[in-house]
Design a protein around this ligand. Structure first.
Ligand code: NAD
Ligand code: UD1
Length: 372
């Protein structure tokens, strides 16, 4: 029987790519999402990309009753937990919002999984748990140290999973520590276009290329890196999504029982801010304006993954390079921008995911409803 995976937050940026790869790999998938940072239209797009059906439950992961009913109703075999809040600055300004959402979401999900007898979990963690890395590349045994409430929620949830497994060794989990996910699906139908001014480099560069911002502000030009600007391990979101499929495969094997693995998902190659701007300029065909400004508080000079444990444990490695990340991000932003220039009747009110697409639209499939 085909295995069924529940993806909490499956309509989001990373979740939509994960769901696409799971469907392509032949899994049945249920998305649970409250759409606080995504659009239901994404689910229709996933169906267009894959030609497969995906079940959708509109709901909140903090609602334990709903989660438990979903796990039972769909005979879920494993969960990928992506739902939650992710903006570092917002978490510093309002820590209780982040503890309330991210920690309560995890408590609700883990309790529901125990109740329904579902014992396999993949958790979206982050390289932010390494704080300012002391040595590069960063291995999974590097000391953890959080620098903001968002990062603290990731660390606490990882530790919560440890304690649950200690109490119930039938359980198994993999926490995937993402480095810097960027880019979009090759169809340009799914990707990330944050509301408001982007905090992260890639969407900011893309919006500058699209003429929505005057110039990229390069935070710091005096770091100890080859050109003085910050260095990161950018990973194509499709590579990242394939890492989740590999993690699910691994988790389904009997001898994973009782294990909680932490695994880096990165490429092992670092690029500076100026290298990203240069590669993006090549992708869009014209130079992107920038100015070097003071450092951003809390930023590390450099963060690069050691991806060897992911290769050894999951048989996975990233395949796309920086040029492809920029090309796919640019194609996605260009499509969204073209959509936003359509007459108002065809543009969504929040401007996030526009209805317009150059490809023919299949009929909208009504989302599955959860019966109480
Ligand atoms: P996203 O905001 O695009 O996706 C999160 C999804 O979860 C959204 O669709 C949102 O509507 C949904 N959601 C939020 N709270 C929910 C709730 N209480 N109940 C149900 N649905 C809820 O974010 P993303 O970039 O796709 O990130 C996914 C996960 O990966 C997050 O846990 C994030 O912390 C983690 N992560 C992201 C990055 C990154 O750079 N994007 C890096 C490291 C880790
Ligand atoms: C940020 C978060 C991190 C999170 C990650 C992925 C902070 C301090 N850290 O990491 O917790 O896991 O996003 O979502 O927010 N840069 C510019 N100009 C910009 C934006 C960024 O120069 O407008 C630089 C930064 O200084 C950094 C690099 O670009 O050197 C990447 O920045 P960003 O995309 O925000 O990711 P991180 O800082 O790695």
């Amino acid at each position: 029987m085909t295995k069924c995976i529940l993806a909490t937050g499956g309509a989001g940026y990373i979740g939509s790519h994960v769901v696409t790869e799971l469907l392509d790999a032949g899994y049945r998938v249920v998305i649970l999402d409250n759409f606080e940072n995504s659009d239901p239209d994404v689910v229709r797009r996933i169906k267009r990309i894959t030609g497969r059906n995906v079940s959708l439950v509109t709901g909140d992961v903090r609602d334990r009753g709903t989660v438990e009913r979903v796990l039972r109703m769909y005979n879920v075999d494993a969960v990928i937990h992506l739902a939650g809040k992710k903006a570092v600055g917002e978490s510093v300004a309002d820590p209780m919002l982040y503890f309330g959402d991210n920690l309560n979401g995890a408590i609700s999900l883990l309790t529901a999984m125990k109740g329904a007898g579902v014992s396999r979990l993949v958790f979206s963690s982050s390289a932010t748990v390494y704080g300012i890395p002391k040595t590069l590349p960063v291995t999974e045994s590097a000391r953890v140290s959080v620098t903001n409430p968002y990062g603290r929620t990731k660390l606490i949830i990882e530790e919560m999973i440890d304690d649950l497994i200690a109490s119930d060794p039938t359980f198994a989990a993999i926490s995937l520590r993402y480095f810097n996910p960027v880019g979009a699906h090759e169809t340009a139908l799914i990707g990330e276009n944050p509301r408001g001014i982007p905090n992260n480099l890639f969407p900011f560069v893309a919006q500058t290329a699209a003429g929505e911002r005057d110039r990229v502000q390069v935070f710091g030009g005096d770091y100890d890196t080859p050109d003085g600007t910050g260095m990161r391990d950018y990973i194509h979101v499709v590579d990242l999504a394939k890492g989740h499929v590999a993690a699910i495969r691994r988790m389904m094997s009997e001898n994973e029982t009782g294990q909680h693995r932490r695994i880096n998902l990165g490429t092992g190659t670092g690029y500076t801010v100026l290298q990203v701007i240069e590669a993006f300029s090549k992708a869009c065909g014209f130079p992107i304006p920038y100015a070097i400004v003071p450092r951003r508080a809390g930023d590390a000079a450099a963060s690069v993954a050691d991806p060897s444990y992911a290769k050894q444990c999951l048989g996975w490695r990233a395949t796309f390079g920086l040029d492809r990340m920029c090309q796919d991000q640019w194609a996605f932003n260009s499509r969204v921008q073209a959509a936003e220039k359509m007459p108002p009747s065809r543009t969504r009110p929040n401007g996030k995911m526009a209805e317009y697409s150059p490809l023919p639209q299949p009929p909208l499939v009504a989302p599955d409803r959860l019966h109480h």
